[in-house]
Ligand binder design. Structure first.
Ligand SMILES: [Zn+2]
Length: 209
């Protein structure tokens, strides 16, 4: 079984959302200094790299990252080719196909990871109307290949709110550059961070056999 890793490496200097904490990894115990082991202190935001959003990210009183449904994040999954979308994913991009339970959008964003670009504001995002369509269509998980499902500079955060209020798991920061559109199995396991508004995750696909 060939696993396809969709996860961004977590490292100091990696691209993070403007205003979010930078990643640091510092030695606390060190073999070179005579300690019994190497042990490090990791500092990172809850929305670093490949990660999931919990309802409380935007909904006051919403549930936390540790309470997200594992069933929503494991199972059959489709990767759709939306590389032709210029900026906003709209309902017309979802039309004519039945919505799967888990859906990942491959867009031109994945090329940004491949090229090692710094943060870009002009990434492809999911519009409010498309988010409503996904929520009403019974999608349990939606995945995107940049650090937010929502356009940069959104004030109302309607896309996040639509999805989170409907219980849809939002998986962000995927790298789909090496993934062909099609049907797969997905395993996405975020850290069970109690009380947190999001959590870094490892996400892998494999082809259905
Ligand atoms: Zn988000």
């Amino acid at each position: 079984m060939k696993l396809i890793d969709l996860s961004l490496g977590v490292a100091p200097g990696m691209v993070v959302w403007p205003g979010n904490p930078a990643v640091s990894l510092e030695p606390v115990l060190s073999l070179a200094r005579g300690d019994a082991a190497n042990v490090s202190r990791l500092t990172l935001g809850t929305h670093t790299g490949t990660h999931v959003d919990a309802p409380r990210h935007f909904l006051p009183g919403g549930t936390d990252a540790a309470s997200l449904s594992l069933e929503a994040m494991v199972g059959e999954c489709e990767v759709w080719d939306l590389t032709g979308v210029d900026s906003l994913i709209e309902p017309r991009h979802l039309a004519g196909r039945s919505l799967p339970r888990r859906l990942l959008f491959k867009t031109r964003n994945s090329e940004l990871w491949r090229r090692g670009e710094p943060f870009r504001r002009d990434f492809v995002s999911v519009g409010e109307a498309a988010a409503r369509r996904l929520a009403e269509g019974g999608v349990a998980l939606v995945g995107v290949d940049y650090l937010s499902v929502e356009a940069f500079g959104s004030r109302e955060h309607a896309t996040h709110r639509q999805l989170l209020a409907a219980g849809v798991v939002i998986l962000e920061g995927l790298n789909l550059a090496e993934v062909a559109p099609g049907r797969y199995r997905l395993v996405c396991l975020p850290l069970p961070l109690v009380g947190a508004d999001g959590a870094p995750a490892r996400a892998v696909l494999w082809e259905e056999g």
